[in-house]
Write a protein that binds this ligand. Structure first.
Ligand SMILES: [Zn+2]
Length: 144
């Protein structure tokens, strides 16, 4: 049975209790790392700046961006405390394993739905990999 490492546990502890409950169940079956729970506005802004440059008074896309929310004007679900989102990936991390992540996400959503139906968690969980406009595969969040 897999277990979270110290850093994953620390990060998970900054997330909403429903996300903690779901991933404490998931880890029994799939080894995964928690990459982010809560993010401060400054941490959010660091991610926002990736793939962008400040030109003529505004941020302009100059490469591949990983985030559309700057943490100040636009808040992410990671910026709540506790966070309403977590980022995770299968351990050991290989970003090319997108097919494996789809399989993993299906499992996570199945566990979450069962826990929701049984009243063990209060919120439904959704996966950023199912979004149309900006596919965010590491990202799971409370619905709504
Ligand atoms: Zn995220």
């Amino acid at each position: 049975m897999a277990k979270f490492g110290t850093r994953s546990l620390e990060r998970l502890s900054t997330a909403h209790e429903d996300l903690q409950k779901v991933f404490n169940e998931v880890i029994k079956y799939f080894d995964c790392s928690i990459i982010f729970g809560h993010r401060t506005p400054a941490e959010q802004f660091e991610l926002f700046k990736k793939g962008r440059e400040f030109q003529h008074g505004q941020w302009v896309k100059t490469g591949s961006v990983v985030n559309y929310l700057d943490g100040y004007d636009k808040k992410s679900k990671h910026n709540y405390s506790p966070s309403h989102a977590i980022d995770t990936w299968l351990y050991p991390i290989d970003w090319s394993e997108t097919e494996e992540m789809k399989h993993f996400a299906g499992f996570v959503l199945g566990i979450a739905q069962r826990m929701y139906d049984k009243g063990e968690i209060k919120n439904e969980i959704e996966w950023g990999g199912n979004w149309r406009s900006f596919i965010d595969m590491p990202h799971f969040q409370l619905k709504g």
